[in-house]
Design a protein around this ligand. Structure first.
Ligand code: MG
Length: 204
């Protein structure tokens, strides 16, 4: 399986990092070794002094497809969970400045904790109105709503599949809203979809 991620997909987050708004989705990938499942801790890597949390809605791909029309894209995912796109911001800034790929800042081991449970789309109601939030040590740090996505789910799936074949079991991180910030050992991260606690990540 593979993990496909979308960057710069909420206007408030683009503003906080002073990035430009892209006309097409910004796509990058993480390897399977980035996954952290079942409530395992996230270990802050020693190559960064500024690892940020980015809480995101994550789509689970349920069938293989390429060149998917936007109209049919909703049939290619069947469940939505939460994930954290951990980002070594200092390393990312350095790489961006040099015009180099972000890979090392985004794809390192353990950089993609996901919720143990994904909610079936059939139970979620309108997927264009999903609220989610991140609490760090009990304080709300990020709030998002899928209605504010610059590139909604169907557009992401359609766009990516023009270049990369989607396969059953792939995960798509759909972008983070504003409020990203550094984590330190001892932090407890909790992600809520609507008001349901789906994701707990202890930082070590
Ligand atoms: Mg992200």
């Amino acid at each position: 399986m593979k993990i496909i991620c979308v960057g710069r997909n909420y206007a408030d987050h683009i503003a906080e990092l002073q990035n430009e708004t892209p006309s097409d989705p910004v796509i990058f990938m993480k390897p399977e070794t980035a996954l952290v499942q079942r409530g395992q801790p996230f270990f802050v890597p020693d190559f960064s002094r500024d690892v940020h949390h980015e809480l995101e809605l994550v789509l689970r791909v349920c069938k293989n497809g390429r060149h998917i029309d936007e109209e049919f894209a909703p049939t290619y995912y069947d469940a939505i969970g939460l994930g954290i796109d951990f980002t070594a911001r200092d390393l990312q800034s350095e790489l961006k400045q040099k015009g180099l790929p972000w890979e090392l800042a985004k794809a390192f081991d353990g950089s993609a904790p996901i919720s143990p449970v994904f909610r079936p789309v059939s139970e979620l109601g309108d997927v264009r109105n999903l609220n989610f939030r991140l609490e760090v040590n009990g304080q709300v740090r990020q709030r998002g709503n899928s209605g504010l996505l610059l590139h909604p789910f169907a557009r992401i799936i359609s766009f990516v599949s023009q270049f990369i074949t989607l396969k059953q079991g792939d995960l798509i991180f759909t972008g983070t809203p504003a409020g990203v910030g550094p984590v330190v050992p001892g932090d407890e991260l909790r992600g809520f979809l609507d008001d349901e606690l789906l994701l707990s990540v202890p930082v070590r």
